[in-house]
Design a protein around this ligand. Structure first.
Ligand code: FDA
Length: 388
């Protein structure tokens, strides 16, 4: 199959993280088709331009899926250490920012350049999409929006989810799954800020470390109050577990015994105003807001143990009812996707359609914030690539 012929061994829809990884390991003649103007656009903007490309502690427990066991095979066969090794072989310097999150020292573009180099002779067709695909014999006939009709033995769906439609997220992968009879679990925005109407407007810009819980799951990291509601890593994390109607609980004093500390302070400086005192330990605007909300006033000495416990309760177990999320417009990922029951966990191939593969975010596998989603793209892309 020479260049110029319309026959390929493998056509990959989506030249993003998973698609490029797959192309790097798939043998034969490979074509990537992507509607964007450049490959790996989400990698480019990820991690504030430095790409949090994996996590030192990545394991199956960091992923959400209807079948939590599905990720195990790919993650254990292509691990974070394999990707870290690849990155260092390309001379890309990186550092751990926090909680095992690895970032490029310089630029996310280095990861894109690395993947392009690893893809070798794979061909890439940009600003192009697939307008039809059908089974022909033991392969596929793929019609591009340019009108060209191509043939391939394998077809890999790597076009991501619905997050950030402005960047070309399309949901086409789910349509292709449906077209070949694969079920798709309900999708929703994840790793996304939560909205609360206007209630936090006075606190916009306030940030502090917190613990947030919802439905029995908790995360510790920074929370950020915004004009629209709550954001920051801890909120993005919990958003993947939140559902409409559920409350979340915000603990703004996640480490240490606040009641004990207040009692000691009452003993030492009982004449101090309660809010002035709290504002030495917590952001002043937040304390003013809470004091107005709960009517806190007076000196520490005016407060009984029970009254102090009430204040502690308000700070450490603030129950809040989000009105919604910011949606796909700002969501980093899409929860749900192609049902893993229909895929081989070893190869990502559709169990009932030989040669059809689904990898990356389009699959019902969603990682936590912190490099886990890219690790899934690398592991699942590799698994399909070596199987092809
Ligand atoms: P990805 O979205 O990377 O690629 C899909 C490709 O398919 C795109 O190139 C797109 O143009 C193309 N495509 C879509 N529809 C098409 C169509 N109809 N026709 C043709 N082409 C089509 N994760 C992480 O681990 N660490 C991080 O630091 C970040 N940071 C981050 C920041 C922001 C702002 C976002 C939005 C997301 C992240 N993520 C992240 C998540 C991460 O970007 C995401 O999980 C992976 O990119 C998913 O890889 P995929 O290859 O599956 O999809």
């Amino acid at each position: 199959m020479g260049k110029g012929s319309n026959r390929f061994d493998t056509i990959i829809l989506g030249a993003g993280a998973a698609g490029m990884m797959c192309a790097a390991y798939a043998g034969g003649r490979v074509l990537l088709v992507d509607q964007a103007r450049a490959a790996g656009e989400k990698i480019r903007i990820s991690g504030g331009g430095r790409c949090n490309f994996t996590n030192l502690y990545a394991g199956p427990e960091n992923f959400i899926s209807q079948n939590p066991h599905f990720v195990k095979s790919a993650l254990s066969r292509y691990t974070q250490w394999d990707f870290i090794d690849l990155v260092s072989r390309h001379g890309i310097a990186s550092h751990e920012k926090t909680l095992g999150q690895l970032f490029c020292d310089e630029s996310a573009k280095q990861i894109i350049h690395m993947l392009v180099a690893e893809m070798g002779a794979a061909e890439v067709r940009l600003r192009t999409t697939v307008s039809a695909i059908q089974r022909i014999g033991d392969g596929f006939e793929v019609t591009l929006d340019t009108g060209e009709v191509l043939r391939s033995r394998n077809f890999v769906v790597a076009c991501g989810g619905k997050s950030i439609p402005k960047m070309g997220a399309s949901g086409l992968g789910y349509q292709i799954a449906g077209r070949f009879g694969l079920p798709v679990t309900p999708t929703r925005p994840a790793l996304v800020p939560l909205t609360f109407g206007e209630m936090f407007k006075p606190l916009a810009g306030v940030a502090l470390d917190a613990r947030v819980s919802c439905g029995g799951v908790s995360f510790d990291e920074a929370v950020l109050f915004t004009h629209r509601g709550l954001s920051g890593p801890v909120i993005l994390q919990i958003s993947s577990y939140w559902r409409e109607g559920m409350p979340i609980t915000l603990n703004l004093w996640p480490a240490g015994d606040l009641l004990e500390r207040l009692r000691e302070q009452r003993q030492k400086s009982g004449r101090r105003d309660i809010s002035t005192n709290l504002a030495e330990w917590l952001p002043k605007r937040l304390v003013t807001y809470l004091a107005a909300l709960h009517g806190w006033q007076g000196n520490l000495a005016d407060h009984s143990d029970a009254a102090l416990a009430g204040i502690v309760q308000a700070i450490t177990a603030w129950e809040l009812h989000p009105t919604g999320t910011e949606g796909y417009r700002t969501a980093e990922v899409t929860l749900g996707g192609v049902d893993t029951d229909a895929l081989s966990s070893k190869t990502m191939q559709a169990k009932d359609v030989e040669g059809l593969y689904f990898i990356g975010e389009v699959v019902d596998v969603t990682g936590w914030l912190g490099g886990f989603n890219f690790q899934w793209a690398w592991s699942s892309g590799w698994a399909a690539g070596v199987a092809i």
